[in-house]
Each structure stands twice: as structure tokens, then as C-alpha cells.
Ligand binder design. Structure first.
Ligand SMILES: Nc1ncnc2c1ncn2[C@@H]1O[C@H](COP(=O)(O)OP(=O)(O)OP(=O)(O)O)[C@@H](O)[C@H]1O
Ligand SMILES: [Mg+2]
Length: 214
């Protein structure tokens, strides 16, 4: 069985809550071209970075051809070699290939250097998406001299942490009700959102453990 947060992960931009500005920017860029570019999505944990990355990826690439790295250290030099080889070929189905690198603040210098070259030559049927928390991003800048050239090669999408408490509270309460896990007022969910620093995943995990039952 899927966890609640996976079960209710948005699969379209319309379902992504509280990130209208970022979603609008993504849609504008996508209307120009799906591939041929890298994205850098930053924001707080549980605000929708990986979700948005997956929606972008799915627009141009079939599931089998979306490769997701859960953390930057999974992106080894041999993985980069493989991406460089594969990216010359169209994939079956929608034709595109997408690479999602989560927790991109963990990228090491040697990998960043390889990426700088690779990102200059992304074919139109390939997109590469990095996601990272804001805190991680500034840490990357502290530690790595080459972070700036990397970011300057990416379309930057910044998620907001403003105005999410109420939106996530309503959303999570609806889910809790549907799953017979709700016994509390909307106000309790707003408090939950605040306690979770607007991390929607964390909220849904707490709901799943029955804590919002009477
Ligand atoms: N903006 C949103 N609208 C609706 N649901 C959301 C949103 N953001 C997060 N969620 C819910 O929280 C879950 C986790 O979101 P996601 O994986 O996109 O977070 P993230 O920003 O990548 O966090 P992390 O930095 O911890 O990786 C999603 O599966 C979804 O259920
Ligand atoms: Mg993520």
C-alpha cells in the first residue's frame, strides 16, 4: 500500500497547491520547449519540489525514461557517462528522457564540473531537473566555487513558503476525512501545518499515524 503522501502526490500542475507563481513560470517555459534545458527548483522541504519535477518530466518522457536520483551522491561520474551516452538517442513513447536529481545541494565539485559541460549540450528531447532546499542551496554556495556557473545554466524556479499553512491545512483535512483519519477542526490542521513548517509530507505522515483522530 502506498503512503498517504505518495497516494495524494499531485500528478498535474492544477493539483499543485499554493505555488501559483512558480507553476506559472514553469508553464511559460514549457510552452517554449520541454527539453534542451536544465531546471533548478528550490524551496522548503515538503513544499512540492520533487512533485513539480516529476510533473515536468512526465510531460515529455515516459516513466521508464525518467531517471530519478534521490540524492546528489547517487549521481556518480559513471552515471554521468551513461547520461552522456543515452542522451543522444530518442526514447520510445513520448521520445524524451528526463533526469531528476534530488537533494542537489549534495553535488560534489568533480560532478559539478562534469555537469557544466553536459548542461551546455542538452538535446531538445532531454531535460535535467535539480531540486534542493533553500538552506541546502546556500550551503552549496558556501562550499563550492563552481555552484554559480551551474545555477546560471538552469531555469530557476523558487517555491514560496508563504501562505501555505491554510492551503495545506484544508487539503490535508480533506484527505484525512476521505481516509477516515479526521476528527479535528480546521484550526488544528493549521496548527499542524505550523508545527510542520508547512511540510505537506510531514503533515500527511502524522495524519496517517492517526494523530488527527479524536
Ligand atoms: N504544493 C503541494 N500541493 C499538494 N501536495 C503537496 C505539495 N507539496 C507537497 N505535497 C505533498 O507532499 C508530498 C511531498 O512533496 P515533495 O516530494 O514534492 O516535497 P519536496 O519539496 O521535494 O520536499 P523535500 O525537500 O523534503 O524533498 C507530495 O507527495 C504531496 O503529497
Ligand atoms: Mg524532494
Amino acid at each position: 500500500m502506498k503512503t498517504l503522501f505518495e497516494k495524494y502526490r499531485p500528478s498535474t500542475f492544477d493539483e499543485v497547491l499554493g505555488q501559483d507563481k512558480a507553476v506559472k513560470k514553469v508553464k511559460t517555459l514549457l510552452s517554449r520547449s520541454w527539453g534542451g534545458r536544465a531546471w533548478w527548483i528550490s524551496g522548503a522541504s515538503g513544499a512540492g519540489k520533487t512533485t513539480i519535477a516529476q510533473i515536468i518530466a512526465a510531460q515529455g518522457a515516459d516513466g521508464l525514461y525518467v531517471r530519478e536520483f534521490d540524492s546528489a551522491d547517487q549521481l556518480s561520474t559513471s552515471e554521468i557517462d551513461k547520461i552522456e551516452q543515452d542522451m543522444h538517442y530518442f526514447a520510445p513513447g513520448k521520445g524524451g528522457r528526463a533526469y531528476i536529481v534530488n537533494e542537489a545541494h549534495g553535488l560534489r565539485k568533480a560532478i559539478i564540473r562534469r555537469l557544466l559541460g553536459l548542461l551546455e549540450r542538452i538535446p531538445n528531447h532531454v531535460c535535467i531537473i535539480f531540486t534542493t532546499t533553500k538552506i541546502g542551496e546556500s550551503k552549496l554556495f558556501d562550499d563550492q566555487i563552481d555552484a554559480n556557473p551551474l545555477l546560471s545554466r538552469c531555469a530557476k524556479i523558487e517555491l514560496t513558503n508563504q501562505g501555505l499553512a491554510k492551503v495545506f491545512a484544508e487539503h490535508c483535512r480533506q484527505i484525512a476525512t476521505k481516509e477516515n483519519l479526521n476528527g479535528k477542526s480546521l484550526q488544528s490542521y493549521v496548527k499542524l501545518a505550523q508545527n510542520c513548517k508547512n511540510n505537506c509530507r510531514q503533515m500527511l505522515m502524522i495524519i496517517e499515524s492517526g494523530e488527527m483522530l479524536e
